[in-house]
Design a protein around this ligand. Structure first.
Ligand code: DC
Length: 248
């Protein structure tokens, strides 16, 4: 090595952390924390499916018509801009961040995301965004399809009743139209189960853990404990990188 050449950095800091799991498992909270803690971008892929579903709803495109949805995907531009608290979602240039969390869009997102052409369009964009590394990406198929070579993969899960109650509590805090007491907890849990069912059983990229994912079940953990466990998983990977670099 020449004297003026910088040495190779020992730790690879542009790594990808893939976080997958069903609704209400705590993905967003954990992804946000990991991104902040390790200086990575936080990208929430569910928001892209939600924005696409919003467009389909607005234009009255049938949510079960693959050909129409494929045409729509071809003429739709969705951008995710990482922010401090959440991603800003731009649908054809319009900021729709505040319009994609209601019950109707949530249900529609799960319906349109079963179709391969819709997924292909979203996955392509996600891979482009994450190509430089340095991201925490959360969704359903990040460790299996979008970034099968992600350096760290975490699959988050929790019992449906626990996830449903967490979702119910969250809805209560946001003050949006689905907020309690308009929707009782049983209804929130029922919807969540229906969505799980669809996300886990679709033919293309079903929700399932990658074989090399760290399985983190937070049924009996507080969210803080789950966050700490996820942080330790990334720390362990970084420490291993450091050891490997030293031994090289
Ligand atoms: O993570 P979320 O609840 O915002 O996701 C909304 C829907 O989008 C979810 O029910 C299934 C779909 N989705 C997907 O199919 N693949 C992803 N990577 C992320 C979300």
């Amino acid at each position: 090595m020449k004297a003026d050449e910088a040495p190779e950095p020992k730790l690879k800091r542009n790594f990808v952390v893939a976080i997958d799991g069903p609704a209400g498992a705590g993905k967003s909270t954990i992804a946000r924390h990991l991104a902040r803690h390790f200086g990575l971008l936080n990208l929430e892929t569910g928001a892209m499916y939600r924005a696409f579903a919003l467009k389909a709803l607005r234009l009255d495109v049938p949510l079960d018509d693959p050909a129409a949805l494929q045409r729509l995907a071809a003429e739709t531009e969705i951008k995710l801009e990482p922010g401090d608290e959440e991603n800003r979602v731009l649908l054809d240039g319009e900021d729709v961040t505040g319009q994609i969390r209601n019950h109707t869009v949530t249900d529609a997102a799960s319906r349109v995301s079963v179709f391969p052409p819709v997924r292909a369009a979203m996955v392509k964009r996600q891979q482009e965004i994450g190509a430089q590394g340095g991201v925490v990406m959360e969704g359903r198929d990040i460790g299996t399809v979008v970034f099968p070579n992600a350096e760290v993969k975490i699959f988050l899960d929790a019992a449906p009743e626990v996830r449903g109650m967490r979702r119910y509590d969250q809805l209560g805090q946001t003050g949006h139209p689905d907020a309690k007491p308009a929707r009782p907890p049983e209804e929130v849990i029922r919807d969540l189960r229906a969505r799980d069912e669809r996300d886990r059983n679709r033919a293309d990229s079903p929700l399932r853990p990658a074989p090399d994912a760290y399985l983190l079940d937070s049924t009996n953990l507080s969210l803080e404990e789950a966050v700490k466990t996820a942080e330790n998983t990334v720390e362990a990977w970084l420490a291993k990188q450091g050891r490997d670099a030293t031994n090289r």
